[in-house]
Design a binder for this molecule. Sequence first.
Ligand SMILES: Cc1cc2nc3c(=O)[nH]c(=O)nc-3n(C[C@H](O)[C@H](O)[C@H](O)COP(=O)(O)OP(=O)(O)OC[C@H]3O[C@@H](n4cnc5c(N)ncnc54)[C@H](O)[C@@H]3O)c2cc1C
Length: 285
Amino acid sequence: MAPGVERSFTAASTIEEALAARRQGASVLAGGTWMMRDPRRGVDLPEAVVALHRIPALSKVEVEPDHVVIGAAVTHAALGRALRGSAGFEGLVAAAEGAANPGIRRVATVGGNLCALDFAAADLAPALLVCEATVELQTFEGPRLLGISDFLKDRHALLTEAIVTRIHLRRDLIASAHIRLPLRQAGDYPVAIVSLAVDRNKRCRIAVGSVEPVARRWTALEQAMAAGPASALDPQRVAELALEHNDFQGRDGKEADGWYRRQVLPPLVKRGVAALLSTEGVAWL
Ligand SMILES: Cc1cc2nc3c(=O)[nH]c(=O)nc-3n(C[C@H](O)[C@H](O)[C@H](O)COP(=O)(O)OP(=O)(O)OC[C@H]3O[C@@H](n4cnc5c(N)ncnc54)[C@H](O)[C@@H]3O)c2cc1C
């Protein structure tokens, strides 16, 4: 910490209080597991922060028959507990329970995972992309709902003033899976992540994280699979399609080169389809 810098901390009890602090220039502090490493990335810690953990509405997961609402301050561990055993959310549970380590998962939040700018390896991003999640934000102009793809693309601009408050999910998936490739030399973060899901119309959704700077759906592969028969949900066949339709530009990073991240995608997809097939939901396919 630079000598003489005064730091301020506010724990908001309501979203309005949190927004008021944002208006005065405070940054959101969630679990702090990303922010605490800012100095290592050459970024100064904010002088004022507002914590969200005392806002009850942001710390709960509501599981309803047709939808789920996840508060932004819900931790990875709590998310895993809340959705474990819910058909269709196997991938999201695997992402929440497989990221980082138990200590981090107890404090790191869903909002923090989605709002850590320039963090390409966020596990929840691809897992929520295949759920086609909607992100709820509070801005100075009022509440706003945004599809997760648009949120991820525009978050640099959005987060200059907004607070992510909740994530909304439909319960329209019959099965999902989340496959990550960590490398020993990569330290903490997976070098490539593939999330897959099958919806009630037997359409397969696939998203990739950590390969490009921002996680995204693998539309070319989804379309190639949709053009084939239902039996296309065969691990070897999908891996071949993944090789043919690999349109990713791998990002170079200290833990892996771009070409490597791109190249590991077909085998990860193969593992993902095998995981999907082992869930109860797709047993009938
Ligand atoms: C050892 C270690 C291993 C890790 N491994 C993984 C891993 O395997 N997979 C993975 O995905 N991540 C990993 N992480 C990265 C990351 O810390 C977590 O993903 C985490 O989710 C960040 O959440 P947080 O609550 O701690 O966020 P914070 O550090 O509190 O915040 C992160 C950023 O988001 C902003 N922010 C937070 N919440 C909101 C909100 N509601 N609205 C607006 N802005 C907000 C903050 O202002 C800050 O800029 C790891 C971190 C560590 C330290």
